[in-house]
Design a protein around this ligand. Structure first.
Ligand code: GCU
Length: 602
């Protein structure tokens, strides 16, 4: 490399190092209960098609603007070109509909009465996929993962006037990402969930984990166990845990690391369940910090082939769901979106939802708590993951930790799933076994499963018995599998002579079955894509699965049609996966009522 290039590289490193304040990424729980300034709304943006982060040799996060007539700047945020936040960029601009790459967003704002005794953080609910956050010309950090929240501190950078947040989001699909390069859903890019400026005390409760200790379920005096994490330089000696309805106001000691653990004896505890989604108001105080939440207490366990909720067998009447509002063609990102799909699920007779294939917005988890709908949650450890890459395992653990940090206190969330349809290679089983152990080490209040595949590779297997001996199943609490007999191979009537054998004494959930139908297209039961074909397939599939010894639930694929670049059959799919029981316009298909009728019998 020539001397000039050496000098240029040296200059670039200096420039970036001056700009890079190592802002520690801190997880801040329950931000809806914090003092926040919403930064949602219109953001200006610059398309960074070659993903350099700069234009004309100038980094975009530096927010250069020409001041003198002779100044040279080769990008700009001022054109009036804006994107709504939250929202995927794909559905907002025709020229961005299939864009995959980097876009830099900018929001400017003033902040009156900045309090000297407070700290300030920029919080992002999710941005897909890799995100660089900068504030007033300083890069704060980079987050990887398209579906989990993250925050960076800006206390020492915040000013009364002319603050600017510049966030670069890159939604390229890469082999060592989670998910990897190919998925059967739309790669919505951008800042897809809320952005907030959060104000907290100098020392504050950044996270807490509170649950019923399952070992006390059958005791007269039950125990609520908890952990509270504090962040800040001056740690208070005590934290108070206040649950007024239980006459609890317990003072607990804080250790030198700012953590604290506690157990609370409770006599009259109303357990959370779908029939009675009881939530308790809980307040935590530490010094001058205070945070409140609504938490339900329940246990979820297995016993032989049964799933026990609060010690009683439960049948999970479920359906799968993507995190998309089909009416808006966008990622779901508000309470209205959550109410829409949960009301459809309730109408279907569901007590259970599989939030496929990635962490959904927090609002749907909190609403499920209130409505009494149980949840299966998962990371997109989906097709084509680099199982032999230790960096990918690190990412999986980091993103799972973020999801557990966010949803630990939600009673509705009962199952963490570690994978979907992954071939049982040695690397994959080692990776997922280690991930399952890691998850259990940070959350022992939920069950672990994975949507597996049958042993037989091709459909039309001569035997009438499908076997499931996936080595991963030994690590799972619940055996789950996807099965599309009658859609991907064979015809619905072949369901009549099939049975299933999973070689372990564990509960079974059928995590996917179904087929496509264009709503309003009618024909006979063998006319592919007709509502009648889908209806017939549901009738035969349900009858087949209902015979499974140890069937503890099912989540057919899927509640609503969703966007997918893999589905391009003209006039029928046109970029939509049509396996929904409801169309993207909100119209129910005939199969909806087949499943509804079945659930009425359970
Ligand atoms: C797969 C996969 C889904 C996909 C579905 C389908 O099993 O898990 O993500 O959309 O089947 O083929 O429609």
């Amino acid at each position: 490399m020539t001397t000039q290039k050496h000098l240029f590289m040296f200059f670039l490193v200096i420039c970036l190092s001056i700009s890079y304040t190592q802002a520690q990424e801190i997880f801040i729980s329950n931000t809806s209960n914090r003092t926040c300034t919403s930064l949602n709304g219109k953001w200006q943006y610059v398309v960074d098609a070659y993903e350099t982060g700069g234009m004309g040799g100038m980094p975009i996060f530096k927010n250069y603007e020409p001041k003198e007539k002779s100044d040279r700047v080769e990008y700009g945020f001022t054109s009036g070109r804006t994107l709504w936040v939250p929202g995927s960029w794909n559905i907002q601009k025709p020229e961005l509909s299939y864009f995959e790459g980097s876009i830099w967003y900018r929001k400017t704002f003033n902040k009156e009465n900045i309090a000297k005794d407070k700290r300030y953080f920029i919080y992002v609910g999710a941005a897909n996929y890799k995100t660089t956050v900068s504030f007033n010309g300083k890069i704060l950090g980079e987050h990887e993962g398209g579906f989990t929240p993250f925050s960076y501190e800006v206390t020492n950078l915040l000013q009364a006037k002319d603050n600017y947040v510049i966030i670069g989001v890159n939604n390229s699909r890469e082999a060592d990402y989670i998910p990897s390069k190919v998925t059967d859903w739309f790669n919505h890019g951008g800042i897809t969930r809320d952005v907030k400026l959060i104000e907290v005390s100098k020392t504050f409760i950044n996270n807490y984990f509170i649950a019923l200790d399952k070992s006390t379920l059958h005791l007269k005096t039950k125990q609520i166990k908890g952990k509270i994490q504090l962040t800040g330089s001056e740690l208070p000696e005590k934290v108070n845990v206040i649950i007024p309805e239980l006459n609890i106001n317990k003072e607990v000691t804080v250790n030198k690391d700012g953590d604290t653990e506690f157990k609370l004896d409770v006599k009259k505890l109303e357990l959370w369940s779908p029939e009675n989604p009881k939530l308790y108001d809980i307040t935590l105080t530490a010094g001058d910090d205070k945070i409140s939440d609504e938490i339900g207490f329940r246990t979820i366990e297995t016993k032989g082939k049964q799933i026990l909720l609060n010690g009683k067998p439960v049948f999970l009447k479920g359906i799968c769901l993507h995190d998309e509002n089909p009416l808006r063609k966008d990622r779901a990102n508000n309470m209205e979106d959550a109410k829409l799909v949960l009301s459809w699920a309730q109408e279907l007779g569901c007590n259970f939802l599989r939030l496929a294939h990635y962490p959904h917005q927090e609002k749907i988890v909190r609403l499920a708590d209130k409505m009494g709908i149980l949840l299966w949650e998962e990371l997109p450890l989906y097709w084509g993951i680099q199982w032999g890459n230790p960096e990918v395992l690190k990412k999986a653990k980091a993103q799972y930790a973020e999801m557990i940090n966010r949803d630990y206190n939600r009673a509705s969330s009962i199952i963490w799933s570690v994978a979907n349809e992954t071939a049982p290679t040695e690397d994959r089983t080692k990776f997922l076994s280690e991930l399952a152990d890691y998850i259990r080490s940070i959350d022992d209040t939920r069950l672990i499963s994975a949507a597996c595949k049958k042993d037989q590779e091709a459909d039309g297997h001569p035997d009438s018995v499908y076997t499931y001996n996936d080595p991963l199943m030994k690590k799972l609490d619940i055996i789950s599998f996807n099965e599309y007999l009658g859609w991907y191979g064979g015809f619905p009537e072949e369901c009549r002579n099939k049975s299933f054998k999973a070689g372990l004494e564990k509960p079974i959930i059928v995590t996917e079955f179904g087929g496509g139908a264009l709503q309003g297209f009618h024909g006979d039961s063998l006319t592919r894509w007709s509502e009648e074909f889908q209806e017939y397939l549901y009738k035969e599939s349900i009858a087949m699965f209902d015979k499974i010894d140890g069937l503890a639930g099912m989540t057919p694929w899927i509640l609503v049609d969703f966007q997918s670049p893999l589905r391009q059959l003209p006039e029928i799919q046109d970029g939509w996966n049509r396996k929904g029981l409801i169309s993207e316009k909100g119209y129910k298909k005939k199969a909806f009522f087949i499943l509804k009728k079945y659930y009425e019998t359970k």
